[in-house]
Design a protein. Structure first.
Length: 370
């Protein structure tokens, strides 16, 4: 009997725009309500706080450019995360891959000299992408060949990446200053700013180009369709010849390469040297993960939520200076938003989760009887 492939995925966000909007708005309202409580505790009127953030982020040329500057790497890490999430895998190692990409791009930026700007920037980006991809290859192979849980391996590799890059910068590649950082990259390795006063650089166009390519791949190609099939029915996808193990490795490698590019753009366009705190707290890899979860791994949603998170990042800095509000307050809002979204997702899928654990217990009982 001929097996049938799963039906072609819907092009809509979650299949129904109204339902998807509700799924996002409810957690959003709760998150901002919790943020309002903490804002009052800090002695700041929440309406004043949110109004100030919106005004600073969107109602001036400088605010828009700074917001887009913070948005740029989150777009890349968000779409990188979507590749694995759509295949029902959780690459939690994007942050570590960002660090490897940033670190190696910084080394290439100051060690290589005498190249034309276009070639030097391109080479730094490719080196960052290569090291991000190689680092992501480790959990990819472990998942594909040995079925090792990718959450465990990628989280552990995050810690290794941050610690090793910090150690090398502190002990061998630093400048000896009070805080550990590498040498500044060459002028030829620097991305041009859209306006010298503000954060946004030509990396924005790189991010949008990556987003467009991945949007097309995920929505319009056979590879994107296979990713969705793997996410929905892993065993069935393998049975009909989709070579799941091979696809898993490819998914991780592409995601790692994109994460490496995100880290490289921060060094080449903003920091100009590597320092362990370049990714801020939480890191741009984690923000990309949060954005992807909130967007349901939909590319359009990722783009929109990246702008929201970019505005929150810039708005938080502005509010800290202008209103005396601690940065942690904005992190509370973002974390609460993700928490309520996770609760919503678990609630929507509780039947599937119960069925999953039911099958596990049934198999265990069957083996025990045998």
């Amino acid at each position: 009997m001929k097996q049938r492939l799963p039906a072609k995925r819907s092009s809509g966000w979650g299949g129904n725009l109204l339902t998807a909007t509700g799924d996002v708005l409810v957690p959003l309202v709760f998150a901002f309500a919790v943020g309002s409580i903490f804002s009052l505790i800090c002695g700041c009127n929440p309406f004043t706080l949110y109004g100030y953030i919106i005004k600073k982020a969107f109602f001036s040329l400088g605010g828009i450019l700074n917001t887009l500057g913070y948005t740029t790497p989150i777009i890349i890490t968000g779409i990188a995360t979507a590749l694995s999430i759509r295949a029902n895998m959780y690459n939690m190692g994007i942050e570590g891959q960002v660090f490897l990409g940033a670190f190696t791009a910084a080394l290439a930026g100051y060690m290589i000299k005498g190249l034309p700007p276009v070639l030097h920037v391109t080479l730094c980006l490719l080196i960052g992408a290569a090291f991000g991809a190689l680092y992501a290859l480790i959990p990819g192979l472990l998942k594909a060949k040995l079925r090792v849980n990718e959450v465990v391996t990628t989280v552990m590799l995050n810690s290794i990446a941050t610690q090793v890059t910090g150690f090398l910068t502190q002990s061998y590649l630093g400048t000896g200053d009070a805080y550990a950082h590498t040498e500044f990259i060459e002028q030829s390795a620097r991305l041009a700013k859209l306006n010298s006063k503000y954060r946004c650089t030509t990396a924005l166009f790189i991010a949008l180009a990556i987003w467009l390519v991945l949007y097309f791949v995920l929505k319009k190609t056979k590879f994107g369709y296979e990713i969705d099939c793997i996410g929905k029915q892993w065993e069935f996808a393998d049975a009909v010849g989709m070579h799941v193990s091979r696809k898993i490795v490819v998914i991780f490698v592409i995601g790692g390469a994109l994460a490496g590019i995100a880290g490289a753009t921060e060094i080449l366009g903003v920091n100009y040297n590597f320092v362990s705190s370049f990714s801020a707290n939480p890191g741009i890899g984690w923000d990309g993960f949060f954005v992807c979860i909130l967007a349901g791994s939909n590319p359009v949603g990722i783009l929109l939520f990246s702008i929201v998170f970019g505005a929150l990042r810039y708005g938080a800095l502005a509010a800290q200076t202008g209103l005396g509000v601690p940065l942690d307050l904005i992190n509370i809002i973002k974390s609460t938003l993700v928490l309520f979204m996770a609760i919503k997702l678990i609630g929507n899928n509780c039947e599937a989760i119960a069925g999953f654990f039911g099958r596990i217990f049934h198999r265990a009982a069957a083996k025990k009887e045998d």
